[in-house]
Each structure stands twice: as structure tokens, then as C-alpha cells.
Ligand binder design. Structure first.
Ligand SMILES: [Zn+2]
Length: 175
């Protein structure tokens, strides 16, 4: 029996307007928020992702979940509410993808290490440090909360090429 009770939310794709908006601060830390966070993990796993931000399920709030182990290690589940990057070091350039831009992958320059201050589901202040993939995921997801997608971090030329490709897919009903 599948014991999962959370609702699976559909991930919205570019150019959904919610993806370009700054998410609202979370001010109420109640049971509803805890349920939403659980649903975000479920929705992320269902979509085969390692990170999901609330705007990607059409909820314009500053909430993101990350699991770089993809269900293998519960200790790697990260919940960031109202996060902000307070320190960054170094540089990494790796290929990145996004559930809101299926099939699109490009190399993106990010900090190699970041320290993030956020709140947990109870509203308590937390700090999360991460390098490599976790650092990349946190930067990518926090960008979502500011209405920024990874294609916005590419050169104008690369971004335009990707958008042209997506428009072609849209035209063919493949997006
Ligand atoms: Zn994304």
C-alpha cells in the first residue's frame, strides 16, 4: 500500500508568470505549512528532481526543498523558508537543469560554497552550509524565490537560443 498522503502538485513550466515573480515572505508557521513542505518533497520526487521551489508549483512564497541524495539519505533533506545567502566562496561551472525547463541543460557559473540563513518549518532560524551540488542547488532554488531562472544567468546569446528552441517546441505542442 502506498502510504503517501500528500498531494502531488504539478510543476509549472517557463514562461508561467509566477516563475518571474519574487515570492512572498512566509510569516505563518503552522500545520498547513508543514503539510505544504511535505507535498513539495513528494512533488519533487515525482518529477525526478533534487530541488523544488514553491513558485514552481504556482505558490508564490519563499519556500524551497532540496534533497541531493534523492531519497537515499533523510539527513540530506533541506528545507529553506525565507532563505538568504549570507556568505559565498569560490566558483564552479557545471551543467544545470530545471524542472520548469525540461530537457534544457546548460553550464552555469555559481559560487562553489555558500552559507544560507533561513527558517525551518517551526520558524526557527537555521544556517545551512554547502559545497558542490548542494551549493549549486541552494543558489538555483533561492534564485527561483527571486523570480530568476538559470537561463537568466547565461549569456544573452545562449538564453535567446534556448528560448527560440522552447518556442519551436511550444509550436509543435511538445512543451
Ligand atoms: Zn529550477
Amino acid at each position: 500500500m502506498n502510504q503517501s498522503v500528500g498531494k502531488i502538485h504539478e510543476v509549472v513550466k517557463w514562461p508561467a508568470p509566477v516563475l518571474a515573480k519574487r515570492g512572498e515572505e512566509v510569516t505563518v508557521f503552522d500545520a498547513k505549512l508543514k503539510k505544504l513542505v511535505e507535498e513539495m518533497f513528494e512533488s519533487m520526487y515525482a518529477a525526478q528532481g533534487i530541488g523544488l521551489a514553491a513558485p514552481q508549483i504556482n505558490i508564490s512564497k519563499r519556500i524551497t526543498v532540496i534533497d541531493c541524495s534523492f531519497k537515499k539519505n533523510p539527513d540530506e533533506k533541506v528545507i529553506l523558508i525565507n532563505p538568504e545567502i549570507i556568505e559565498r566562496k569560490g566558483k564552479q561551472i557545471e551543467e544545470e537543469g530545471c524542472l520548469s525547463l525540461p530537457e534544457i541543460r546548460e553550464k552555469v557559473s555559481r559560487a562553489a560554497w555558500v552559507k544560507v540563513r533561513a527558517q525551518d518549518v517551526n520558524g526557527d532560524s537555521i544556517e545551512v552550509e554547502g559545497e558542490e551540488l548542494l551549493a549549486r542547488a541552494m543558489q538555483h532554488e533561492i534564485d527561483h524565490l527571486d523570480g530568476i531562472l538559470f537561463i537568466d544567468r547565461l549569456s544573452r546569446l545562449k538564453r535567446d537560443l534556448i528560448i527560440r528552441k522552447i518556442k519551436k517546441l511550444q509550436k509543435n505542442g511538445e512543451w
